[in-house]
Design a protein around this ligand. Sequence first.
Ligand SMILES: C[S@@+](CC[C@H](N)C(=O)[O-])C[C@H]1O[C@@H](n2cnc3c(N)ncnc32)[C@H](O)[C@@H]1O
Length: 220
Amino acid sequence: MAEMSRTEKWIVNRANPWAYQHVLRPFFQHHLRLPANAALLEVGCGTGQAALITNQLYHPAKFVVTDYDPSQVAEARATFQGAYGQIPSQITVETADALKLRYDDASFDAVFAFFVLHHLSEHKLGKVQAAMVQGLAEIDRVIKPRGSFIYSDMFQRKAIKDYFTGKGYEIVHRQNFLAVIELVIIRKRSISNGLLNSEDGKERHLPRHYGLATHVSFSS
Ligand SMILES: C[S@@+](CC[C@H](N)C(=O)[O-])C[C@H]1O[C@@H](n2cnc3c(N)ncnc32)[C@H](O)[C@@H]1O
């Protein structure tokens, strides 16, 4: 997987807190609805700024905040300790590799991943598909039916959307920032009798490409 460069680490650890207060917080307030007592997971949390905003807005019953880099996990712990004095009991901040999550199938109402997905593939080495798809499949696996995936990225935007829509997800909201950054909310539809049940309660036949999403092209 692609490590963060020193410059990227500086941006993530110093600039993102400001951006998240002014961009992510209003985006959530306007567009993201989550069930009461939700179980939430964030992968690649970095300093935990997005997780702090999420916790303040939604008061989840359970929130697992993760990063595979122990130094970023320490930053995220410090963010919660700075805000609350100690890490609230419903929040776990721990190391986890998004490529191999140790959480049960269908165990989260929503999963968050901000500027993480492109790290899952060694795109600089041209080895994109396998690792990215493995990470996306893990995220899909742990999301409950009708659960949400909220993510931002500037790379592989079409391929990520194609993967999830191919799995039957619907796009709830999508917004572009600075022309290249896409912030997206998508929702998993439940499946019964070969039909997709969407948020509006209507049933639709599975798209023909359903289940074949591992074959998406990651060239965009
Ligand atoms: C660009 S930073 C974004 C951090 C945070 N989400 C934010 O927006 O401020 C990417 C983060 O993904 C983490 N990361 C990279 N590969 C990962 C993986 N396989 N599993 C979990 N986290 C990963 C990095 O350690 C880093 O903290």
